[in-house]
Design a binder for this molecule. Structure first.
Ligand SMILES: [Zn+2]
Length: 80
């Protein structure tokens, strides 16, 4: 998995909405990519601020709008 692939999957990763092999791929990428790890931290904070973290609601998903917003924020962060 490369950074672009990770970005495409990151919202599913945070949702816990991906299958296990894919999740393991993401974790493997995070383990060796400091940039994505740092961006993921920021991502989690952004979700907390948006108040859409599905923490209290297992199985709940981010809205499509929040997803797009996060994807854009992640891409912007990657570009530095
Ligand atoms: Zn990466």
């Amino acid at each position: 998995m490369n950074c672009d692939e990770f970005v495409e999957l990151v919202t599913s990763f945070l949702d816990g909405a991906m299958d296990e092999p894919t999740e393991l791929d993401c974790l493997a990428h995070l383990a060796r990519c400091e940039g994505c790890e740092a961006s993921l931290d920021q991502f989690r904070q952004t979700i907390a601020i948006l108040g859409e973290l599905p923490r209290e609601l297992p199985g709940a998903s981010l809205s499509v709008g929040a997803r797009d917003q996060l994807r854009g924020a992640f891409r912007a962060a990657r570009r530095g």
